[in-house]
Ligand binder design. Structure first.
Ligand code: GLN
Length: 453
């Protein structure tokens, strides 16, 4: 099999299924085929991801390849000047970018319905959402259009679509992967991570994209272990904590049963588990929406119709140009968050909202630290329910926000978390199992996930 065959297979699959799945916003066909040819002619095949077709979430900047963040505002951002660090690393490992994947606008959403282009569909049942915001990444991998994808996760956006689409998605420890070239949503929470079909593939991709980067001052200067070496299959004596808050109200019977079945399997493999408490979990959603919206309101100030994006043609002066470009360019959800965040940061309210939320964030992080003093892994569902229907939650932002209740605490604490498939609902939709590890201990997360597969 040649690299061109692999790339061919990917585009063939895209032409067969993507009019139904709608995962791709932009294809990179000409360049990808040329790259495949060049790799073949080079006659070398040493690099880790040699010739493997990849899809990239559209908030990761790709040189010369349109990057829209799922927003009409950036519909004309056709020619970015540089590659994100993760893209440079993938290029060095010789994977091939076949295209850019759909997402909720600026990564704000849990269903892909906030994309300002179209809604990606769940490949298992196209009446259902693929999850979000990396819904395109989950759907493209699940439907076999690419071998792996990159997503980004601020409050669950890799793990939740992975759960809904029945694939493997990892949010690394905050600082493990460079954010340089990831269009910022909430800088203290955002991380890029791999979406794959297997745990081993996931570990291989993370090995490539991780590491310190002088272009991202929040990237950690810590060695990157060989994650594939932790895939031993051995979980004897592994201490698993199951937070009671993660199996409580709102979690469906089917999801709970799937998780309990998973625990039985771990027991059979020689692991031990106990129930624990993460007592501040109930404040996580409110804390997250306050902090992430505050950070977003500052990060999205750069979209002004001057430096990036579509400029309103109707503006008669400079102030009107900012106002009209932003009010025409951003969608409803993005505007809602900018307004919420601007309010929370405004003088007179800062202490009552933003500062308080920061304090609660510390308490949530301490909950995790306490549990990790005694346990190796925290286990629970990734989401309270399997994939919901397109249209079911879009009218009510608060119900939509509540869907992330089990993934958000992980971002607030900065720890790594993976979602792996652990069964199906009676409707035939995948259920995701979430495994959460200590800071920079992706190795144990992968070991536990791999043993379960
Ligand atoms: N669904 C969450 C939100 O809307 C998380 C998004 C994300 O992780 N990017 O903010």
């Amino acid at each position: 099999i040649t690299v061109s065959d692999l790339v061919d297979t990917s585009y063939k699959r895209i032409s067969e299924v993507d009019d139904k799945v709608k995962a791709f916003l932009t294809l990179n066909e000409e360049a990808a085929r040329a790259q495949a040819k060049a790799l073949e002619e080079s006659g070398q095949a040493g690099e880790a991801l040699f010739g493997l077709p990849a899809g990239i979430k559209d908030n990761i900047v790709t040189k010369g390849l349109r990057t829209t963040c799922g927003s009409q505002f950036l519909s004309n951002f056709n020619d970015p000047l540089y590659d994100a660090t993760v893209i440079q690393k993938l290029n060095a490992a010789k994977s091939i970018t076949v295209g850019k994947l759909n997402m909720d606008e600026f990564a704000m959403g849990s269903s892909n319905e906030n994309s300002s282009y179209f809604t990606t569909r769940n490949p298992w049942n196209t009446e259902h959402v693929p999850g979000g915001s990396s819904g395109g990444s989950g759907a493209a991998v699940a439907s076999g259009q690419v071998l792996f994808a990159l997503g980004s996760d601020t409050g669950g956006s890799i793990r939740q679509p992975a759960a809904f689409c029945g694939v493997v998605g990892l949010k690394p420890t905050y600082g493990r992967v460079s954010r340089f070239g990831l269009v910022a949503f909430a800088s203290s929470l955002d991380q890029i991570g791999p979406v794959t079909r297997t745990v081993e593939d996931n570990a291989r991709v993370l090995e490539i994209i991780s590491g310190h980067d002088k272009m991202d001052s929040t990237s950690a200067n810590i060695d990157v272990p060989k994650y594939t070496e932790s895939l031993t299959g051995d979980v004897k004596g592994l201490k698993i904590a199951v937070p009671k808050e993660y199996l409580g109200e709102g979690v469906t019977e089917e999801v709970r049963n799937a998780v309990l079945e998973a625990l039985k399997k771990y027991e059979a493999l020689g692991a031990e588990w106990e129930e624990v408490s993460l007592p501040h979990s109930k404040y996580a959603v409110a804390t997250y929406y306050l902090l992430s919206s505050s950070e977003a309101s500052a990060n999205l100030a750069r979209f002004d119709g001057v430096r990036y994006g579509v400029r309103s043609p109707e503006a008669k002066n400079m102030i009107e140009m900012f106002k009209l470009s932003r009010s025409q360019g951003f969608g409803e959800e993005v505007k809602r968050r900018i307004m919420l965040g601007t309010f929370a940061l405004s003088s007179g309210y800062y202490d009552a909202y933003y500062k308080k939320a920061q304090k609660v964030r510390t308490l949530i992080k301490q909950d995790f630290d306490n549990v990790f003093e005694k346990y190796d892994i925290i286990l629970g569902p990734t989401t309270p329910t399997p994939a919901f229907k397109v249209g079911e939650k879009i009218a009510d932002p608060l119900t939509m926000y509540a869907n992330d209740i089990l993934t958000i605490p992980v971002n607030l604490a900065g720890v790594p978390g993976i979602s792996i498939p652990c069964g199906f609902s009676s409707e035939g939709l995948p259920i995701g199992l979430q495994l959460i590890g200590k800071h920079f201990d992706e190795g144990t997360v992968y070991r536990a996930a791999h043993a379960f597969e």
